[in-house]
Design a protein around this ligand. Sequence first.
Ligand SMILES: NC(=O)c1ccc[n+]([C@@H]2O[C@H](COP(=O)([O-])OP(=O)(O)OC[C@H]3O[C@@H](n4cnc5c(N)ncnc54)[C@H](OP(=O)(O)O)[C@@H]3O)[C@@H](O)[C@H]2O)c1
Length: 283
Amino acid sequence: MITLVTGSNGQLGKTIQSIVKKNTKFIFTDINSLDITKKKEIELFIKKYNIKCIVNCAAYTNVDKAEIEKEKADELNCNAVKNLAEISEIYKLRLIHISTDYVYNGINKSEISEHEYVNPQNYYGVSKLNGEKHIENSISESIVIRTSWLYSSFGKNFVKTILEKARSENLLKIVGDQYGCPTNAHDLANAIIQIIKSKDRINKESKIYNFSNLGYTTWFNFGKIILDYVSDNYNLEEIKTNEISQLSKRPKFAVTSKAKIISVFNLEIPHWKDSLKKFLKKI
Ligand SMILES: NC(=O)c1ccc[n+]([C@@H]2O[C@H](COP(=O)([O-])OP(=O)(O)OC[C@H]3O[C@@H](n4cnc5c(N)ncnc54)[C@H](OP(=O)(O)O)[C@@H]3O)[C@@H](O)[C@H]2O)c1
């Protein structure tokens, strides 16, 4: 079974690539080789390479800019996902689509399960939620994985930013009143690979699944643990969300339950602290 990974110059796509290496059962594309907004081109590609599964890592991911570039966010996070869902129906493909915890409003201080109320607090979340609906309504063998606070050695992410700032700034200020679940892209990539390999239909028990590392924290504590690992001499200050200016609102308590994905796909998910330490040791 040949799997196409779209958006593979991004963090998650590159991480999957780093795991499967030169396995010929995977084909990696990005906007230059396959633009997921171009339906005809995707169809030709699917036929040419006899693709049987798509992992969609392509997305509009700039959360703040999405408030201004709403059309661009819609085109990629919603309309292009419609293309992929329709093509998956026609060519009977498996489709694994990646979404976000930002579809939840995160106003309750309790773990969020997949069936719970969705109410995005920003336009990025709106566009991702609208994209998810095309998968949910599709008769194809497709699922949505909602992930959060993704980091890897590729691209831009919180862990890399903290490490860079620790080298160049005397005082780091990090918000301590937003809770969420860090996700090592390596763990998500491994879960995706395990799901691709599963022999049953992948949308066994409805289509939406949460995935992140286990446990939860605040951005401040996440930053502190990174800094504790690399240095014993840094200045860190905890601040509140209303002390920083951001174009978009973020959920306050986006802590998701992973019980469903663990039981349906028989996954073992590491705790975020263990996975972070492994990551920091490696880099
Ligand atoms: N990063 C996080 O913290 C986070 C949190 C929750 C959920 N997610 C979701 O996880 C998924 C992967 O995120 P990520 O961090 O790996 O994202 P990323 O690093 O921004 O990668 C997205 C990739 O998609 C490419 N792309 C843009 N337009 C495209 C098009 N028309 N056709 C094909 N490819 C296109 C981008 O290329 P260019 O760079 O050239 O534009 C980029 O390489 C996304 O669905 C995201 O919404 C991420």
